[in-house]
Design a protein. Structure first.
Length: 376
């Protein structure tokens, strides 16, 4: 979206003309009344809000003070784009630069002056160091941009914060949908009777991946590896490698709607599970659940496994692993098929709404970013 604005009366300034770095420090955090301690880990990339902190009883060496309205800029690894405006007073890490607006800049506009791609590019360019580059405020102070008159600053701040309100409401909707989804998932565990997973479906390991790269040349047959088992809002596989006729000669083909779960390596702890959206070949690091009993809906089993922690079955060895026999012993709620279908339909509907809401949130963020970049 192109944002039309007349900048004829805007003046070129440096960041140091309108922002300064306060040098206030705290000797005793509790005695001086500070309740929040902030490290880089508390600033979320791309979020102008400071939402997290340690409590003041946390053991810390931090002494740098920030106040309400100040900007906290992660000066270490500036490419992470960690910038947030404080809504409370506190003490922060030395890897955070505190910035405060002077009377030439509307404090509500400050986070958007900082939170734009040109500023981040400048900060990265002027960072020094190897593995953990840092940038100093004295270098950031030379950053140039066009600044509108004070009255117009207030108008632009109103516009940008109104856009931020839209984003916050989108986030609130997503959070409520997630709570609803998790509440519905819990109903899967509310059953007096259970059935062993091994009595509901076949459970097998996949096959060793072909070691000859030629097996993948000009391939057309989908092959699922461990890296393809990632979180997917609808639960289905979204990526594959592809084998040719030579590559599939000794491999077993598994049917669409089979459920795949990691059974070896640290990937088990990710708790990711996916459903095959087509017939496919599968690597041996994955377990495949397929040929489901007519009394069980495969999607119901998938949703049940979303609540079940596979990591609780890990054998205590140097390499985490799951035995197929242990997977088969998992107790699945013994709900009748009609009840299963109702639960699946309700969860599917929530996911559809979540996907739509997530798309709206992404559009709102893209619009906000476009507005900021065009202004400054």
């Amino acid at each position: 979206m192109e944002f039309k604005i007349n900048k004829d009366n805007w003046k070129k300034v440096t960041l140091g003309d309108v922002v300064f770095e306060p040098k206030e420090t705290a000797k005793n955090i509790i005695e001086e009344g500070f309740e929040h301690i902030v490290g880089l880990e508390h600033i979320e990339s791309g979020d102008v809000h400071l939402r997290k902190s340690f409590s003041n009883d946390t053991d810390t060496t931090f002494t740098k003070v920030f106040r309400v309205g100040d900007i906290l800029f992660g000066r270490r690894r500036a490419y992470l784009k960690k910038v947030a405006q404080a809504s409370f007073d506190g003490v922060c890490s030395g890897d955070i630069t505190v910035m405060r607006a002077n009377d030439k800049l509307d404090v509500r506009l400050l986070p958007f002056v900082i939170h734009n791609d040109k500023f981040f590019d400048y900060a990265v360019k002027h960072s020094a160091g190897g593995l953990s580059p840092r940038v100093k405020f004295k270098d950031l102070a030379n950053y140039e941009f066009l600044l509108p008159p004070k009255a117009q600053q207030a108008e632009l701040a109103n516009l940008l914060w109104a856009m931020d309100d839209v984003i916050e409401k989108d986030l609130e909707v997503l959070e409520k949908l997630e709570v609803l989804f998790q509440t519905k998932l819990k109903t899967l565990l509310m059953s007096e009777s259970t059935t062993k997973l091994k009595e509901i479906c076949n459970i097998k390991s996949g096959d060793t991946a072909p070691q000859d790269n030629g097996a993948f040349y000009d391939g057309e047959y989908p092959f699922v590896r461990m890296q393809h088992i990632s979180t997917n809002i609808k639960g289905y596989t979204a990526a594959f490698d592809y084998l040719n006729e030579v590559g599939i000669k000794k491999l077993k083909l598994y049917p669409k709607n089979s459920i795949l779960i990691p059974k070896s390596g640290e990937s088990i702890r990710s708790e990711n599970k996916v459903i095959l959206d087509r017939d496919a070949y599968v690597v041996n690091h994955l377990a495949i659940l397929y040929n489901f009993n007519i009394n069980y809906n495969f999607k119901f089993i998938y949703y049940f496994l979303q609540r079940f922690k596979l990591s609780s079955l890990i054998n205590q060895t140097s390499m985490p692993s799951l035995n197929l026999s242990e997977i088969g012993e998992i107790n699945v709620p013994g709900l009748n098929y009609n009840k299963q279908e109702i639960i699946v339909r309700e969860l599917d509907e929530i996911i559809e709404i979540k996907e739509s809401s997530k798309s709206k949130l992404q559009s709102s963020k893209a619009l906000q970013k476009s507005l900021i970049n065009q202004m400054f």
